[in-house]
Design a protein around this ligand. Structure first.
Ligand code: C2E
Ligand code: MG
Ligand code: MG
Ligand code: MG
Length: 279
């Protein structure tokens, strides 16, 4: 018990609160070794074009915990951001994704595939973020034109100039940016106009009830029009049904991602889907 209570651990008299604090500390301890112990893995979820052809994948982290089983990012990404563990974890994600791009480049039927990687604000704000990404791209031999980084609106609240500079430096090397969960944050349109983005990603919360909630449909339409007017591509996430896909197409959407096209899964599952499509 004394060992579990680290230096910065707060002690509570409420046993339930104490249990929650202890559980978090235990999880943090485990997470600290997750990279070295080979417990992290990437799931691949297809992103498709207007003809439902696979353009590439978004990679999504999974943690194969020896006792807890598969832990979802919602349960450990916030913790890893608070503790700074997102920095080594994020580097591992980028390395793994870039190594996969390199492997695909050697296969004629896979050369065109892109990989989208989620980047936390904390990761992006590191002063040497640009150098880190470029050195990973160089070391793995990945084609930077196949790499897309997904950022969220939380990045835009301060240091706009620094954000733009970093994005431009990576853009210059061929790396593209997508704005994830678009519409759920608090970005202003003038920021949006200044960022060198390639794509807006319509958040799944607007897709879910698209067919029954006219306000969600209006927001989806607005995001699609905004993207078109700014010269950006647009992709909808969380597409679960043919009806949602067709509705989005009528609104002018050109790319989709969601369970309807494929659930996130191990690389082998993604490639199986890809080769089934090619037949
Ligand atoms: P996100 O980047 O917005 O990813 C989309 C989430 O929606 C994923 O959840 C995905 O599994 C889920 N999803 C995809 N299609 C559908 C669908 O049709 N219906 C529904 N209901 N959900 C769908 P997941 O894998 O649990 O990831 C959650 C979040 O964790 C991600 O949201 C992202 O913000 C974060 N995350 C995941 N991997 C990484 C990573 O490598 N680095 C960082 N920094 N964050 C990550
Ligand atoms: Mg994402
Ligand atoms: Mg998202
Ligand atoms: Mg999300």
């Amino acid at each position: 018990q004394a060992k579990a209570a680290g230096r910065n651990t707060v002690r509570f008299f409420d046993p339930a609160m104490q249990a929650a604090v202890d559980a978090r500390a235990a999880l943090e301890d485990d997470l600290r070794h997750a990279v070295a112990n080979n417990q992290l893995m990437l799931y691949y979820q297809p992103q498709v074009d207007a003809h439902d052809r696979i353009l590439g994948a978004e990679v999504l982290l999974r943690w194969r915990h020896p006792q807890r089983g598969m832990v979802m990012p919602g349960e450990f990404i916030p913790l890893s951001e608070d503790t700074g563990l997102i920095l080594p974890i994020g580097a591992w994600v980028l390395e793994t994704a870039c190594a996969q791009l390199k492997a695909w480049a050697a296969r004629e039927d896979c050369q065109h595939l892109t990989i989208s990687v989620n980047v936390s604000a904390r990761q992006f704000r590191q002063s040497d973020f640009v150098e880190q990404v470029l050195s990973i791209v160089l070391a793995t031999g990945a084609n930077p034109h196949r790499l897309k980084l997904e950022l969220t609106e939380s990045l835009m609240v301060n240091n706009l100039e620094e954000t733009v500079n970093k994005m431009e430096a990576l853009n210059d090397q061929g790396i593209a940016f997508s704005l994830d969960d678009f519409g759920t944050g608090y970005s202003s349109l003038s920021y949006l106009q200044r960022l060198p983005l390639k794509q807006l990603k319509i958040d799944q919360s607007f897709v879910r009830d698209l067919l029954v909630d006219s306000k969600d449909a209006a927001i989806a339409q607005t995001v699609i029009n905004l993207a078109q007017n700014l010269g950006l591509a647009v992709i909808a996430e969380g597409v679960e049904t043919q009806a949602q896909r067709d509705f989005l197409e009528r609104l002018g959407c050109q790319a989709y991602q969601g369970y309807f096209f494929g659930r996130p899964g191990p690389l082998q599952d993604f490639e199986k889907l890809l080769f089934a499509e090619a037949l």
